[in-house]
Design a protein around this ligand. Structure first.
Ligand code: BES
Ligand code: MN
Ligand code: ZN
Length: 509
């Protein structure tokens, strides 16, 4: 884990591998961003022109390294692009700082220590830089035996071990709180990434439940694991039906943080398919290689609940992890089977690859029994949502327009691209089943909305509910960007945590 502190030290005297400064695209070439005045001065005010000579423009994602000026203890100055310079009287957007800090961290993989001299106007900026730097300092190499030997060697690619942020106020309460928040949040978010990246032969439902149980112990949360026997006893036909084909049985995990009686109560429900082969409706090659990521919703929920507990937020948060492995076998659910769900509804399974809605339906119905103030489910639910919104944006559906708008605003605020999607009632008809109450499939067109409409029917009467379909952004198959690595991204964690914070502050209904 990367250590991070606020420092009032002068850049010149810092013992570090690099000093990170920001440059932005100005009207007449790159400009050095606030926070790096002392560094620029040590270059006689020529840092921007030196960088420009080297081809730097200030564009987002750009990294330019120059030898540090004489008298500096650090050998290198790393300039990271912030994108366009803000208009006069405006400051850098929090997410621009977050992304730039993430880029710098990634560029410093293998280094031990770096000091970040980026623009810090207030405590929130310091928090954003900390968050971006800590999220960028991530690598998943638990399975790279060859990398382990190289760890201590020169040019090793271990993430940055130590980060100092300059320009903040280490003794100021607001700054301290932002740094504490960033440390807890990013540690849990990076753990969610680890879970998503862990191969499915090592992370089955039982193993995931064990991780949740251990974390609950560590942070004083209540945890309850329903195993196959308990699920049978409770009548969880959806979760059992999806898990029926696997040698590793399903689980429903409840992990709860309690701030006290009388506080608002949020229920987070996560899709936790530790591997989605499609089941008997088997996915073809080319569509199953990354399906270890199909538990990213459960990982996000888990991380958010633990973060809420670590931050001691003034809101009760219950996480429900619906865990199963979707496999074909002689004991698997067949297309044509009818499942009796926890809610009592019957579902005809027409496609075993539409399994996420089945496990979620049971968990949402169960969560509804506690009549929380809101239920938010998070799921890598449909390929249709990826077609609609692409690889970086999640879809938000809800049974309450104001709540959907609030979540959208919160997502924007924390730097998670998201977009509201409708739940058109006419699409319900397509899920009519000749045999059961409802089928698990409907019209192909608008498949992401159909899935949302299916879930909606399992939400308890009168409960506010939102559904986040993170199938696009949960797993990054492309190259890393900003503070987002390749592989598991931790999508939705920051939105859930901010939602809990807002609810605690009484900002929401
Ligand atoms: N886990 C998949 C959805 C998915 C696709 C997640 C791509 C991440 C990336 C889900 O279980 C699934 O298979 N959905 C089907 C539903 C269909 C059979 C109605 C889909 O979207 O094709
Ligand atoms: Mn599927
Ligand atoms: Zn799935």
């Amino acid at each position: 884990m990367t250590a991070l502190t606020l420092s009032t030290a002068a850049a010149a005297g810092l013992r570090a591998d690099a000093i990170v400064v920001g440059i932005a695209k100005g009207a007449a070439g790159p400009v050095v961003a606030p926070g790096a005045e002392a560094v620029d001065k040590a270059y006689d005010g020529n840092l921007a022109s030196v960088l420009e000579t080297l081809g730097a423009t200030g564009a987002e994602g750009e990294v330019t390294k120059v030898p540090a000026p004489s008298g500096f203890k650090a050998p290198v100055v790393l300039a990271v692009g912030l994108g366009s310079e803000p208009a006069k009287d405006e400051i850098y957007e929090a997410d621009a700082l977050r992304r730039a800090a993430g880029v710098a961290s990634r560029a410093l993989n293998g280094a031990k220590k770096a000091a970040f001299a980026l623009p810090v106007e207030d405590a929130e900026d310091a928090g954003a830089i900390a968050e971006g730097a800590l999220l960028g300092a991530y690598s998943f190499d638990a399975y790279k035996e060859s990398a382990k030997d190289a760890k201590d060697a020169k040019n090793a690619k271990a993430p940055l071990a130590e980060i100092a942020i300059l320009g903040g106020k280490p003794r100021d309460k607001a700054y301290k709180a932002e740094i504490e928040r960033a440390l807890a949040l990013t540690e849990e978010l990076n753990r969610a990434r680890d879970l998503i990246n862990t191969p499915p032969n090592d992370l089955n439902p039982e193993a995931f439940a064990a991780v949740a149980t251990a974390a609950a112990k560590e942070h004083g949360l209540k945890v309850q694991v329903l195993d196959v026997k308990a699920l049978e006893k409770g009548g969880y036909g959806g979760i059992l039906g999806v898990g029926a084909g696997s040698a590793a049985g399903p689980r429903l995990v409840k992990i709860a943080y309690s701030a006290g009686r009388g506080k608002k109560h949020l229920a987070f429900v996560g899709k936790g398919i530790t591997y989605d082969s499609g089941g008997i409706s088997l996915k073809p090659a080319g569509h199953n290689e990354t399906m270890k990521c199909d538990m990213a919703g459960a990982a996000a929920v888990f991380a958010a609940v633990v973060t809420a507990a670590r931050l001691k937020l003034d809101v009760n948060v219950t996480g429900w992890l619906a865990l199963a492995e979707n496999m074909p076998s002689g004991s698997a659910t067949r297309p044509g089977d009818v499942l009796r769900m926890y809610s009592g509804k019957t579902v005809e399974v027409l496609n075993t690859d539409a399994e996420g809605r089945l496990v979620l339906a049971d968990a949402i119905a169960k969560a509804s029994e506690e009549t929380p103030d809101a239920i938010i489910d998070v799921a890598t639910l449909t390929g249709a949502m990826v077609l609609a919104l692409g690889n970086r944006t999640f879809g938000i559906m809800a049974n309450d327009d104001a709540f959907r708008t609030s979540i959208h605003e919160i997502a924007e605020e924390v730097g998670e691209p998201a977009w509201p999607m409708p739940l058109p009632a006419h699409l319900v008809k397509g899920m009519d089943s000749p045999t059961a109450d409802i089928a698990n499939m409907g019209e192909r067109m608008g498949g992401g909305l159909v899935a949302g409409l299916f879930l909606k029917q399992f939400v308890g009467e009168g409960i506010t509910w939102a559904h986040l379909d993170i199938a696009g952004p949960a797993f990054n198959e492309g190259g890393p960007f900003g503070y987002t690595p390749k592989g598991g991204t931790g999508s939705a964690v920051r939105t859930l945590v901010r939602l809990a914070e807002r609810t605690a502050a009484g900002d929401l209904g």
